[in-house]
Ligand binder design. Sequence first.
Ligand code: NAI
Length: 348
Amino acid sequence: MINLTFFDTKEYDRVSFDTYLKDHNLTNISIKYLETKLNADTASLAKGSDGVIAFVNDTIDNVVIDKVIEFGVKAIFLRCAGYNNVDIKYAFSRIHVYRVPAYSPYAVAEFAFAMLQTSNRRIHKAYNRIKDYNFSLVGFTGSDLHSKTVGVIGTGKIGKVFIDIAKGFGMKVLAYDKYPSNIDGVNYVELDELFSKSDYISLHCPLTEENYHMINKSALDKMKKNVIIVNTSRGGLIDAQALLDAIKSRKISGACLDVYEEESDIFFVDKSNHIMDDNILLQLIAMPNVIITSHQAFLTNEALDNIAETTINNVVSFFENNSISENEVCYHCPNMANCKKNRKEKCF
Ligand code: NAI
């Protein structure tokens, strides 16, 4: 029997994982579902498990890694693509870390575009106004997307789908990526040029040490007046205080945030009866031109099914097949030139 402890469980996670195990008759895998997040205080709950299943806002630092190893855990299975919440360098040669590199780039890219257009055409305001039987259109003037320029930062799986959608709207696409690829009709430019020429900017790169707060005061100063910024990647890419200042100075026409740097104890949770302590988030929510969603972009039926399938396949690959997996993450991963898997070796 493979025993797994599942942290930060939501109802929809349980449905997709239980359905997958049942449909595939995987009676040798047992999952203990916990609502709590994985951190130094809760790591002991994994005692006796062979593996843990974790998510974006679990804290997997050196302390947690040492603790889960002490309690017998052999591998950490992230049910997400990003792994910025894991100390990957520390994990190397201590514990194996797997992820779900892609579950539905469409889910995230389509959501990013829905946010962009909601902000651009003020649909969120119209929805509330009509609920109050106010049928006025004053204040709802948007812009045609056709012929406008969208700057896409990160042109991987999600960025590419986002670009396809943008092209469908007849937009011009500027892109920045650390490792540019060849995409029809897309001009790769330096970040400063992307900032200064884009009417809309959408972030689709991972959060790393080098791009932490890439959207800071200096970047915002370079942007066009009335730019709309969309972030469905990771909160830490944006300096939220600098964004708030830019909104207050009327520089920004809209900010669409599916992620927020300090989201870990807030997002995914019903806080409707709580007093919110985070002043920056409070002010952002209060702004008429800010749309915040609670890390929702991934949430489609297709994505949940794919997450369950790939995570369980990762578990089977590690515990039963002992095979080399593309989905194992190690600190070489950001630098594919050093990747052992490219040489058909295991990470360690
Ligand atoms: P991917 O790995 O296919 O593409 C990422 C791209 O970013 C690559 O082309 C890479 O070269 C580029 N990149 C890496 N470092 C960069 C840097 N410093 N500056 C510019 N570009 C850089 O990843 P994918 O699947 O497209 O996902 C992108 C991000 O979306 C993830 O890292 C994750 O943070 C976020 N995400 C958010 C979800 C949500 O529900 N809001 C769900 C899934 C992913």
